[in-house]
Design a protein around this ligand. Structure first.
Ligand code: F0G
Length: 357
């Protein structure tokens, strides 16, 4: 009989820093689907296998849950009564949920007016204390680092090494499912924890010969928030993809190592390109991710078209968060497709259908 799935720490317990007596704080995160795209490769006329790792199907709707189960488990093990993070929205939702599960307190610092509505709603429902700042994520991050020196709170941003430990399991899942590592792994880069964690996971598996290859890591940023492309931090990052509106990534050195060791690259894409990729995935594959997440596909499609990613390649794009988190952008994206309102009678319904055929 198949064992009930109880989360990624149990599944990969041998590869994670837990002991038999550790109380595991889990919401059954991980085990997300790896979906092969069927229509988009045909539309672009290229012979490539593109898979998306849909991390939007984690318990709070983003990949952050992978790191958070680990970080909160370790915070509780160390006796913490409270956790804190700065966030563009997803980390705060995740931290709040795992704190609720653990029975401890969560404080989150967010940039006022720059958080997608769904993320704010989640964080409120999970009952975190939300501190909005008149500033951006990077300023929030600096404040969190300082305050943690003066208050009894554990930081659960990805500068907490347990976060990367949890997040590396996404690479394990991909290899376990495919039987090999992809040729290219594409993902959006903001604070740069995720690209660092994936690379750690792939390297671990390759070193232990679970797989024989490692992917080329492709990190894609929004044009207005692309410090890795610029080669230095950016003071006033701007993008519609608020999740990656970051100018001073905390995992800078790890991310550069991932790029260099894998023979990969960073690139940047306009908000228009990112939104087009988000809509394309929804309309042609039935997969609804949030804008930041679509940056991975925007980048992959660009590099496939240019031949930088050659035909015959197996590509994985991480879709970091669920589209439902950002209903306002979705409604803007579909402004031309407003629902029609008609009388509640059969003829009117028939007419409405015939009008569309
Ligand atoms: N995609 C989404 C949906 C995100 O929420 C984030 C980061 C990223 C991509 C980038 O990942 O930071 O590991 O490079 N969100 C953080 C937050 C910063 O606060 O929720 P990264």
């Amino acid at each position: 009989m198949q064992k009930h799935y109880t989360g990624l720490i149990e599944r990969y317990r041998d590869r994670l820093p837990v002991s038999k007596s550790t109380r595991i704080i889990s919401l059954c995160e991980g085990n997300t689907p790896l979906i092969q795209l069927q229509n988009i490769p045909r539309m672009i006329g290229k012979d490539v296998d593109i898979y998306v790792k849909f991390e939007g199907l984690n318990p709070t709707g983003s990949f952050k849950d992978r790191g958070m189960t680990m970080a909160v488990t370790k915070a509780v093990e160390a006796g913490s009564q409270a956790i804190i993070c700065a966030s563009t929205g997803n980390t705060s939702a995740s931290a709040a949920a795992y704190a609720a599960r653990a029975g401890i307190k969560a404080f989150v610092l967010i940039p006022e007016g720059k958080i997608a509505l769904g993320k704010l709603a989640q964080t409120l429902m999970y009952n975190a204390t939300i501190i909005q700042i008149n500033g951006n994520f990077d300023q929030g991050m600096e404040l969190v680092k300082e305050v943690a020196n003066h208050a009894p709170v554990s930081i659960v941003n990805s500068i907490n090494p347990f976060r990367l430990e949890g997040q590396k399991t996404a690479a394990f899942e991909i290899v376990d499912e495919l039987g090999f590592a992809p040729d290219y792994h594409c993902l959006p880069v903001g604070n740069a924890g995720n690209i660092s964690a994936y690379w750690k996971g792939y390297k671990e598996y390759a070193t232990e010969r679970v797989c024989s290859n490692r992917p080329v890591m492709c990190g894609y940023q929004a044009a207005g928030a692309a410090p890795f492309v610029a080669g230095h931090k950016i003071d006033n990052p701007e993008t519609v993809a608020t999740a990656i509106r970051i100018g001073n990534p905390q995992s800078w050195d790890f991310a550069i190592a991932a790029q260099q060791e894998s023979g990969g690259w960073f690139d940047k894409f306009s908000d228009e390109k990112i939104l087009a990729a988000q809509k394309m995935l929804s309309q042609f594959e039935g997969i609804f991710c949030e804008p930041a997440s679509a940056t991975s596909l925007a980048g992959a499609l660009h590099d496939i078209a240019s031949g930088k990613i050659p035909e015959g390649s197996k590509i994985v794009c991480t879709l970091t968060g669920n589209g439902i988190k950002d209903p306002e952008i979705a409604m803007q994206q579909c402004a031309d497709a407003k629902p029609v309102t008609i009388e509640a009678d059969l003829d009117a319904v028939k007419r409405a259908i015939l009008d569309c055929l």
